[in-house]
Write a new protein. Structure first.
Length: 150
């Protein structure tokens, strides 16, 4: 880290720390609206009887439904130093389906900070890891999201 680095000591201290915690209730109507919006006709997402026949207690959420649970990009110390922001993409791991009625806890930590030069100047790549757990404490998904600040 050089003297003119975008990565400040406060940012370095944020590595590994929890920067956001949220709780979301998964509602049947939200699952149905999401399935309609992505035009996925899977009956497990909209039909309780199809879900029950497949062994689920209620309709299940499409895997991409998790994107609708996050409310904001977590803040970082000294982020005003790099005010512009881009979504650098996500990688997901899924462990078990989420049903209507589940209570999902999202815990987001700072995984890594990397600085690179770009056409617009220095860019800061922040990788956040969000762990999604259900009401029983079982992990249901993990998201690694890259945010680019410049």
């Amino acid at each position: 880290m050089t003297q003119d680095s975008l990565i400040t000591p406060a940012m370095q201290q944020a590595l590994g720390s929890v920067v956001a915690t949220e709780v979301a209730d998964v509602e049947r109507g939200a699952i149905r609206r999401f399935a309609e919006a992505i035009e996925d006709p899977n009956p497990l997402y909209v039909d309780e009887s199809a879900a029950h026949a497949s062994g689920y207690r209620d309709v299940i959420a499409p895997p991409t439904f998790f994107r609708s649970l996050r409310t904001a990009t977590p803040s970082m110390p000294d982020e005003a130093k790099v005010p512009r922001l881009l979504d650098g993409g996500s990688a997901w791991e899924y462990f078990e389906p989420v049903c209507a009625g589940d209570h999902i806890t999202l815990v987001t930590t700072v995984e890594s900070l990397t600085e690179r030069a770009g056409r617009l100047g220095k860019m800061l790549f922040i990788v956040y890891t969000t762990e999604y757990s259900n009401q029983d404490g079982r992990p249901v998904a993990v998201q690694r999201n890259t945010i680019i600040r410049y």
